[in-house]
Write a protein that binds this ligand. Structure first.
Ligand code: PXP
Length: 241
């Protein structure tokens, strides 16, 4: 089994928006990521549209050949409408709060069980795979199962932060969480602060890792290595060695 690389292109939109024009061209970058080997494209529109705009999602949808993953907070009606209108391969539900710099916490799948169950059943009816963003906490994994989600996305910031200091300690909760998810039949995605430095160790130790979505580090690396080469470098890190 190989892990898919989904490139999060939010940063490209951030650069574009800083000048008001269409440079860099988000649609071209997305298609080039696919041409260079990415197996998916991820976008995370937020209500203030400070990076990905809702119109970007509509324009991307007919162009993409690989898995389209739309992330966001389902409590925003505009987000829900956008997902149902564009029917991506996957929706990743994230409990963002307004004005948050980046995603910084996973769902409390116990407190939000009924709510998540209800909206996930709507996505299922529309044929959209669902993934919910969670910390590597066994209670949250068990709660995720009860919501009916197809997958979890493990929130990897703590892993990335502790990786250089003590990689074995950093990966430990993720190994345990993955074991539980595999036992109960939840698919496993992961994301946040994954990089060329920490990706291989993560993929090697998290059994059944289906997909990683990576934005910040990958786009930053592309400044030095070029986008095509960078995508190849990330794909190489996903090969277990
Ligand atoms: N997963 C989620 C839910 C996110 O919000 C983000 C950041 O937008 C990522 C993954 C990707 O994180 P990074 O940009 O650090 O690779």
């Amino acid at each position: 089994m190989s892990t898919k690389l989904s490139v999060n292109i939010n940063k490209i939109a951030t650069i574009r928006n800083s000048r008001g024009g269409n440079t860099p061209d988000l649609l071209k970058v997305a298609m080039d990521c696919e041409r260079f080997g990415a197996q998916g494209i991820t976008v995370h529109p937020r209500p203030d549209e400070r990076h990905i705009r809702y119109s970007d999602v509509r324009e991307l949808k007919p162009l993409l050949q690989t898995e389209f993953n739309i992330e966001g907070n389902p409590r925003e009606q505009k987000f829900m409408d956008l997902v149902f209108e564009n029917k991506p391969a996957q929706v990743t539900l994230v409990p963002d709060v307004l004005g948050q710099l980046t995603s910084d916490h996973g769902w409390d799948t116990i407190a939000n069980k009924d709510y998540l169950k209800e909206i996930i059943s709507e996505f299922k009816k529309a044929g959209i795979r669902t993934s919910i963003f969670v910390s590597p906490d066994l209670n949250m994994i068990d709660g995720a199962l009860e919501t009916g989600a197809d997958r979890i996305e493990l929130y990897t910031e703590s892993y990335a932060k502790d990786f250089f200091h003590d990689r074995e300690k950093a990966i430990a909760p993720f190994r345990v969480a993955a074991k539980r998810a595999n036992e109960v039949g939840l698919g496993i995605n992961a994301g946040h602060d994954l990089s060329l430095q920490n990706l291989n160790y993560f993929a090697k130790n998290v059994e059944g890792l289906l997909e990683v979505s990576i934005g910040h580090a990958l786009i930053s690396d592309a400044l030095y290595f070029g986008l095509e080469n960078t995508i190849q470098l990330y794909l190489r890190e996903l090969v277990i060695r």
